[in-house]
Ligand binder design. Structure first.
Ligand code: GP9
Ligand code: MN
Length: 428
């Protein structure tokens, strides 16, 4: 009911983080590229196999002085996987405890998503993905989010061996997307969702440029090959960006959406990482994914703050100089000096710079030491983090399950009308 939004707002208003002043507005008016790196995990950055870097392009970007890189950035998805990542990134709302919110609520709910916000600040907005438009109910959800354009499968080249797994191969996908991007009125916000580095990590011989790993686990060993392919595809895209001149007035945001190698492959992962064991604590830390923001002139460096996908939208809005103080968002600016660094996982587990919770076990985040009986100070800190996590997850669920944003429109925001959008390829 309508009044439910009040408890959400009163919690958020009490807990709002003041965004970074240093970074506020530094990307004002720039084009924004959001590049979704399918199943890419942080461990692959600077990782070597067969005496080679697996992802040389991304590594170079990661260490670039104009890139803000994050080495404690976690994926926070649940069953909705990619869809949960998209929901968090563009709405700063969590996915649901079960299923995918894009599927169950994407069509009918009211949202105040990144594309709609940016559209109302003069941006053209477009999403690109080389799979069928209906996957994860994107074709309906993107209308609710206010995307002007959605380029999906039928907009791209097709041919023998063009597809692998869930859609068009990344190199072809990004190359084709570039032609559309060149025609977008500026400034634009373009989201590109890659897919080749997706389980089961299969790739045709001609595109393999590094050997498989040798853990003996079939679901793990192809990962470096598809990750390498994704890296090369990004490299080609960056080359185009430079040649087009667009690099000069654009900000690039890259993120890994979720783990590629699940906790069921402990033995193989231990071997891959050269460790003797791989326990629940290690698996929690293994949920780190890349998050990088690149822009010419940006004051970069490797930032160690603990955060995750829920925090991306507030971070981007601050960089773009867009006022964001009356919105329903559960994350906080990753560049804010005094932010709370509790990272919630969808199942209620969490990581903070001090403590990691997995099920009923607690660990010291710095050392991985498992805690027995908690000291009074530990208990206080852990209870506070637990409360925060349960409160935020359940409030976010109430927003989605109750479609509560229909009862509240932040000042300066215009409600999205889905009827304004159609993503059909015109055949006339
Ligand atoms: C499909 C793709 C994969 O379109 O985005 O989604 P995932 O299986 O990673 O959730
Ligand atoms: Mn995914």
């Amino acid at each position: 009911k309508a009044s439910d939004i009040n408890s959400v707002l009163s919690y958020l208003n009490k807990n709002r983080t003041t965004p970074s002043v240093t970074y506020s507005g530094v990307a004002k008016g720039k084009n924004v590229f959001v590049i979704h790196l399918e199943s890419l995990q942080q461990f692959i950055i600077d990782f070597k196999w067969d005496n080679q870097e697996v992802t040389p392009v991304l590594n170079k970007l990661y260490h670039n002085q104009n890139t803000l890189s994050f080495d404690n950035f976690f994926n926070q998805v649940g069953q909705g996987k990619t869809a949960d990542a998209e929901m968090m990134l563009e709405n700063s709302l969590f996915g649901l405890p079960e299923g995918s919110a894009m599927v169950s609520d994407g069509t009918s709910n009211t949202f105040q998503a990144a594309p709609a916000i940016l559209d109302q600040h003069g941006y053209t907005t477009a999403a690109f993905h080389g799979d069928v438009p209906s996957f994860w109910n994107r074709d309906n959800t993107y209308k609710s989010w206010g995307y002007d354009y959605y380029f999906s499968k039928s907009y791209f080249s097709s041919g023998k061996n063009y597809d692998v797994g869930y859609g068009l191969k990344d190199k072809i996908f990004l190359k084709d997307s570039a032609q559309y991007i060149e025609q977008l009125p500026q400034p634009f916000y373009a989201k590109l969702i890659t897919v080749t580095n997706h389980y089961p990590y299969t790739l045709d011989k001609a595109n393999q440029s590094i050997s498989q790993t040798d853990t003996g686990d079939d679901t793990v060993d192809g990962y470096v090959q598809t990750a390498r392919y994704l890296d090369q595809a990004i490299g080609e895209f960056l080359d185009w960006l430079k040649a087009s001149g667009l690099d000069k007035n654009s900000m690039l945001v890259l993120y890994g959406d979720h783990y590629g190698i699940s906790g069921n492959h402990k033995k193989a992962v231990a071997k891959l990482l050269n460790k003797s064991t791989f326990n629940d604590f290690d698996n929690a830390q293994f949920q780190k994914v890349p998050f990088m923001i690149y822009m010419p002139g940006l004051k970069g460096g490797i930032n160690h703050t603990y955060g995750g996908e829920i925090d991306v939208l507030p971070t981007l809005l601050n960089l773009l100089g867009i006022k964001n103080n009356n919105t329903v968002q559960f994350g906080s600016d990753l560049l804010a000096p005094n932010r709370n660094q509790t990272v919630a996982f969808r199942n209620g587990d969490f990581v903070t710079p001090d403590y990691t919770k997995v099920g009923s076990s607690y660990y010291l985040t710095k050392t991985g030491e498992k805690l027995g009986k908690l000291t009074a100070a530990q208990k206080t800190a852990i209870d506070a983090a637990s409360n925060r996590v349960t409160t935020e997850l359940s409030l976010s669920d109430r927003v989605i399950n109750g479609d509560l944003l229909r009862f509240y429109t932040p000042s300066g925001f215009k409600k999205v009308d889905k009827k304004d959008f159609s993503y059909k390829l015109s055949t006339a």
